[in-house]
Design a protein around this ligand. Structure first.
Ligand code: GSY
Length: 477
């Protein structure tokens, strides 16, 4: 059967998100992507202020039933870390079945043809490229329907330039060099320290005072004399900085920069697991919200997870949250059993054994270095399993000239700067964290100017969360 699906993304690396969605769709059973429209930049419809969408329509030939196709669409949304925060909120990916040949349904979860497709230019314009004569429920063809909806600006996207979305500041576009100079000038003037995570965009890493992993950055923030802490990372990292440096405002330039893995563990769920194992010690990765840290006995990082798990008395059960991959790797290394929370990082989860094999074949002799958030079968075949700071150390100390790296792509930029003369390749170019790409020079500049948005943690939660972080330090980790 022929079906048309609408893809939309306005969070993270939008082009890569659409590309990955098409790939997963094409790999779905009995399904072939037989046509794809161009990409269109479209102003968001409905809801609070948010970035522009990148929209596209694809044609598929499929043997899947409409309901099975819906499940395939939901799987794509899950794999691409779609977090349904609010009905009209920004999203890494949205996949809608617009039309399925010969099928009509008004079910709330499977309304086909899509009930609003004739009201949306972001659907009709790309659809007109593929099926201009398709007859819609109103009896109009796609081309005719398009003439009735002219209200929304829909611009053809120039792939890879990013030019269509670059925002202007104060009415006049500031070029990148000026922006960098202005950011540094503002930071000096305001007594701000700019911290950037290893996964941030290269231009953000370049303009920061310190680049590093989340805990390293929070510790630097606490130790610094800065009046203002600007954290270029994701929400839980800014919270961790606020826990360690409660006396200073911590600014997160894009407050919607979340973490899919941190969001996979919720307070109620953890409370109920604790109730089932009342004597268990809760070990949580620092990649958790402050509220979850407050329910945690001892935190860990990817660099010290093995040591922390080992520090738990042998007669106590261990609950490990939220990352099942880090948890099972640390448990194996420490020779302990742990109760795993079933969370994972979508960006690392998509790194597959076949990707490692392909990368090794393309770069014979290169060392394979992966992050412990990767699936266990990937960690098993790597030369080294390291945290981001461990990767830098390993690659500096190793004699090898070439490395294939299994972690978020931002790390390759950091490694190239730290190890001049060595070459780094991604195991897969798909490992991009959409949330880590939200901070741009433009919104960093605005955040410095506004000294906001500020991330806070309430005092009670902070005190409990701090205890869990301090225990980690006490075990010498
Ligand atoms: O309905 C799909 C998600 N979405 C979109 C979209 O794809 N494009 C535009 N322009 N606006 C949107 N608002 C929502 S929600």
């Amino acid at each position: 059967m022929v079906a048309y699906l609408g893809l939309g993304s306005n969070l993270g690396d939008r082009e890569s998100n659409l590309h990955r969605a098409r790939e997963i769709l094409h790999a779905s059973p009995g399904t072939r992507v037989s046509g794809e429209s161009g990409l269109y930049v479209t102003a968001p419809v409905g809801g609070p202020e948010q970035p522009d969408y990148l929209n596209q329509v694809v044609e598929v030939h499929t043997t899947l039933s409409p309901r099975a196709l819906l499940l395939a669409a939901q799987r794509i949304e899950h794999e691409l870390a779609r977090v349904r925060a609010e009905r009209w909120g920004p999203r890494t990916i949205d996949v809608d079945i617009l039309w399925y040949h010969g099928f009509s349904s008004a079910d709330a979860d499977l309304a086909v043809p899509h009930p609003r497709m004739e009201e949306r230019r972001f659907v009709l314009e790309p659809l007109a490229e593929l099926a201009p004569d398709l007859v819609l429920p109103s009896g109009r063809t796609v081309t005719e329907a398009l003439t009735h909806v002219q209200d929304q600006a829909v611009t053809r996207f120039q792939a890879c330039t990013g030019a269509a979305t670059s925002k202007e500041h104060g009415g006049a576009a500031m070029d990148e060099r000026n922006l960098r100079v202005e950011i540094r000038r503002l930071a000096e003037q305001k007594g701000a320290v700019i911290l950037a995570h290893n996964y941030e965009r290269p231009e953000i890493q370049d303009v920061a005072d310190v680049v590093g992993d989340s805990l390293e950055l929070s510790r630097k923030a606490a130790a610094s004399e800065a009046r203002l802490i600007v954290f270029c990372g994701v929400h839980f990292m800014a919270e961790t900085a606020a826990i360690l440096a409660p006396d200073r405002p911590v600014v997160l330039p894009v407050v919607g920069a979340g973490c899919s893995m941190a969001d996979m563990v919720d307070v109620e769920g953890l409370q109920s697991l604790k109730a089932q194992h009342p004597d268990a010690v809760v070990v949580s990765y620092v990649n958790t919200t402050a509220a979850v840290k407050a329910l945690t006995d001892i935190c860990c990082t990817s660099a010290n997870a093995v040591q922390v798990v080992r520090s738990v008395p042998p007669d106590r059960e261990i609950i490990f949250t939220p990352d099942r991959n880090l948890g099972s790797w640390a448990a194996k290394k420490a020779g302990r059993e742990v109760i795993l929370w079933p969370g994972f990082c979508p960006t690392h989860q998509l790194i597959q054994v076949e990707d490692v094999q392909r990368a090794k074949a393309a770069h014979l002799g290169a060392k394979v270095v992966v992050h412990p958030e990767c699936p266990p079968e990937v960690s098993e075949i790597a030369d080294a399993v390291e945290s981001t700071s461990g990767m830098i150390r390993y690659c500096k100390e190793s004699y090898a000239k070439e490395y294939v790296i299994g972690t978020e792509l931002g790390m390759l930029y950091r490694l190239s700067k730290e190890c001049p003369g060595k070459r780094f390749y991604a195991i897969t170019k798909l490992s991009v964290c959409p949330f880590m790409k939200l901070i741009t020079l433009e919104n960093l500049f605005a955040a410095l100017e506004n000294e906001g948005p500020v991330v806070t943690v309430d005092p009670d939660t902070r005190a409990k969360a701090l205890r869990a972080v301090e225990r980690m330090v006490e075990v010498g980790a």
